[in-house]
Design a protein around this ligand. Structure first.
Ligand SMILES: *Cc1c(COP(=O)(O)O)cnc(C)c1O
Length: 500
C-alpha cells in the first residue's frame, strides 16, 4: 500500500514513512492510494475478536510491516490489563426508549478517553517504523494539548524504546483532573511542562520549534528528530477503523442485525474530524453505513458547512462543557474533501489556501450534494448537553459524559428529521468521571471545589463506580511542576535530552 499527499500528486510514500513524518512537506495530509473492498471477507471477519480484526485490517495498510511486527504492536496496545476487559471496547444497547441506538464505549483505556484507542498503538507503530527507516535514531514527540491528547500520548509513549515525549499544556487552560493526570505521569522518557498563556500560545510555541532549523540541526547531530502525535498522523486514524467494523459485527453476532448487508448509522461527537473520518473510510471498504451523523457543540462550524457548503472559521470561539470538541479548524476534513472532489489535488489545495489566508472557502454544488447524501450535521449547546445527561441517567440509567451527550442529542435531531429507525452506533468518547464536575452540575447536584469530592458525590448519586485510574490520582506524587513562558520552550526541549 502506498500513500499520497492530498496536495501534491508527486508525493508517494510507504506506511512507515508516513507514520514517521506525520504530515507531507508541502502541508498536505497522507491518504492511502486505494481502499480494499472487504465485503467478501465479512463472514470471516465476523468471527474475529478485536485483536484479530485489528491485525487483519492493519496488515492491509501497513504493507511494509511484517506479520510478526503487526502482531507485536497489537498485543502490546490492546492487552486486557490495559483496557480492563477481554475486548478493549464495549457496545451497550440503549433501546429501551424505543430508539434503536447502541453506545460504543471507547474509553476503557488507561486515560479514560477514546484517544487511547489510537495512542496506545501509535507509539508501537512509530517504534517499528523507526527501526526500519532510521536505525538507531530517537524520536522526540512534541505535543501541545488542551487536555485529553496530552495525557493519552504520555501514557502511550511511556517507556517505548527510541522515543521521548514532551507535552506542553496551557497553565490555566486544562481541567484540574487533566492537569493532575499529566503532572503525575510515570515513565523514564516522559516530560511535561506548563506554558504561561492559553492553548494557542502552547500550540504556536510548539510549531515554532518544529520549524526551527537551528535546534533541528543540533538534535540531528545527536541522532534525535522531532515527530508528532496529533490526529493528522495516519498512524492515529488507522486504529480507529477497527472499532467501527467490530461494532458492526458485534451487532450481527447479537442478532441486532439479521444479515451482513444490513445498514447502520454512525454518530460521532466531532472536533478535528478524525474519528468520523475513520467511520467513512470503513464504509469505503464495504461497511454498510446509511448516514454519518456529525455532532458538534456550540462551535458549530461543521454543522454549518454540511448544510451550506461554506466552511467559515471567522466566528466566535466558545469554551464549552465538551472541551475536546472546541475547535474551529477540523484538520481531517481535508481528507474527506479530497475524496469527495475526485482526488483533485489542485481544487483541494485551493480551498486549503483560502482557509489559511481568508479563513473560509466554499465547495462546489457536486461536492456539497455528495457531502449531504452521506452526512447529517447538528449541534448541541451546553444547556441541552446538561439536559441530555440528566435525562439519560433518569430514563435509561446511563451516566454519560458531555461529549457523548452532544452526540445523543444530535442523533435525536436526526431522528426527528428523518424518522429513520436504522440501528445506530453512537461513539461514546469519554468516561463521565473525567468531567465529574460538569456531569454533577448537569444532574442538578452541588459541586465542591475539590475534584475528588466531586467523584465521590457522583458515585453516590449515580451508583456508577469511578475508574481506579482517576481515583488513584489522589495518591500519586506530582513529578512535573515546571512552568515556562512562551519563549522558554526551547530550553524545555533541550532539558529532556541530557546527552545534548
Ligand atoms: C478528541 C475527542 C473528540 C473529538 O474527536 P475528533 O477525532 O477530534 O473529531 C471527542 N470526544 C472526546 C472525549 C475527545 O477526546
Amino acid at each position: 500500500m502506498e500513500y499520497q499527499s492530498t496536495r501534491d500528486p508527486s508525493v508517494k510514500m510507504s506506511a512507515s514513512q508516513v507514520i514517521m513524518q506525520g504530515i507531507s512537506p508541502e502541508g498536505g495530509l497522507f491518504v492511502p492510494v486505494s481502499f480494499p473492498d472487504l465485503k467478501a471477507s465479512f463472514e470471516n471477519m465476523a468471527k474475529m475478536d478485536y485483536q484479530e480484526l485489528a491485525r487483519f485490517l492493519f496488515s492491509l495498510f501497513l504493507t511494509d510491516f511484517t506479520q510478526e511486527e503487526i502482531e507485536d504492536c497489537v498485543k502490546k496496545a490492546y492487552s486486557p490489563e490495559k483496557f480492563g476487559g477481554k475486548e478493549p471496547v464495549r457496545l451497550v444497547p440503549l433501546t429501551g426508549t424505543g430508539e434503536n441506538k447502541y453506545l460504543l464505549e471507547l474509553w476503557h483505556g488507561p486515560t479514560c478517553a477514546f484517544k487511547d484507542m489510537a495512542l496506545q498503538i501509535l507509539p508501537h507503530f512509530l517504534g517499528t517504523a523507526l527501526k526500519k527507516q532510521a536505525g538507531d535514531q530517537t524520536a522526540l514527540i512534541l505535543v501541545a494539548t488542551s487536555g485529553d491528547t496530552g495525557k493519552a500520548a504520555l501514557e502511550g509513549f511511556k517507556d517505548v524504546e527510541h522515543t521521548r515525549i514532551l507535552v506542553f499544556y496551557p497553565k490555566n487552560g486544562v481541567s484540574p483532573m487533566q492537569q493532575l493526570q499529566m503532572q503525575t505521569q510515570e515513565g523514564e522518557n516522559v516530560f511535561v511542562c506548563a506554558v504561561e498563556g492559553n492553548f494557542d500560545d502552547a500550540q504556536s510555541g510548539v510549531k515554532a520549534i518544529f520549524t526551527d532549523e537551528q535546534i533541528k540541526a543540533r538534535l540531528k547531530e545527536h541522532g534525535v528528530f522531532f515527530s508528532s502525535a496529533n490526529s493528522i498522523n495516519w498512524g492515529r486514524l488507522l486504529p480507529q477503523l477497527v472499532y467501527y467494523f467490530y461494532s458492526y459485527f458485534e451487532l450481527y453476532r447479537t442478532k441486532a442485525l439479521p444479515s451482513l448487508s444490513d445498514r447502520i448509522n454512525i454518530v460521532v461527537p466531532t472536533g478535528n474530524f478524525g474519528n468520523i473520518l475513520a467511520a467513512y473510510y470503513a464504509a469505503r471498504m464495504g461497511l454498510p453505513v446509511k448516514k454519518f451523523i456529525c455532532a458538534s457543540n456550540a462551535n458549530r462550524v461543521l454543522t454549518d458547512f454540511i448544510s451550506t457548503g461554506v466552511y467559515d472559521r471567522r466566528r466566535e470561539f466558545y469554551t464549552t462543557a465538551s472541551p475536546s470538541m472546541d475547535i474551529l479548524i477540523s484538520s481531517n476534513l481535508e481528507r474527506l474533501l479530497f475524496a469527495l472532489c475526485g482526488e483533485n489535488h489542485q481544487t483541494l489545495s485551493g480551498w486549503m489556501n483560502e482557509l489559511s489566508q481568508k479563513g473560509c472557502y466554499q465547495v462546489g454544488d457536486s461536492v456539497k450534494e455528495k457531502l449531504q447524501a452521506l452526512f447529517f450535521g447538528g449541534s448541541c449547546d451546553d444547556v441541552r448537553t446538561a439536559a441530555v445527561i440528566q435525562e439519560m441517567l433518569s430514563k435509561e440509567q446511563y451516566l454519560c459524559d458531555p461529549h457523548t451527550a452532544v452526540a445523543v442529542d444530535v442523533y435525536r435531531q436526526y431522528l426527528a428529521n428523518s424518522q429513520d429507525n436504522t440501528p445506530t452506533v453512537i461513539a461514546s468518547t469519554a468516561d463521565p468521571y473525567k468531567f465529574a464536575s460538569s456531569v454533577l452540575q448537569a444532574i442538578g447536584q452541588p459541586k465542591e471545589k475539590d475534584e475528588f469530592e466531586n467523584l465521590i458525590r457522583l458515585e453516590e448519586f449515580s451508583g456508577v463506580k469511578a475508574p481506579l485510574q482517576i481515583k488513584q490520582l489522589k495518591e500519586k506524587s506530582v513529578r512535573f511542576t515546571e512552568v515556562a513562558s512562551k519563549d522558554q520552550l526551547r530550553q524545555a526541549v533541550l532539558r529532556c535530552l541530557p546527552q545534548i
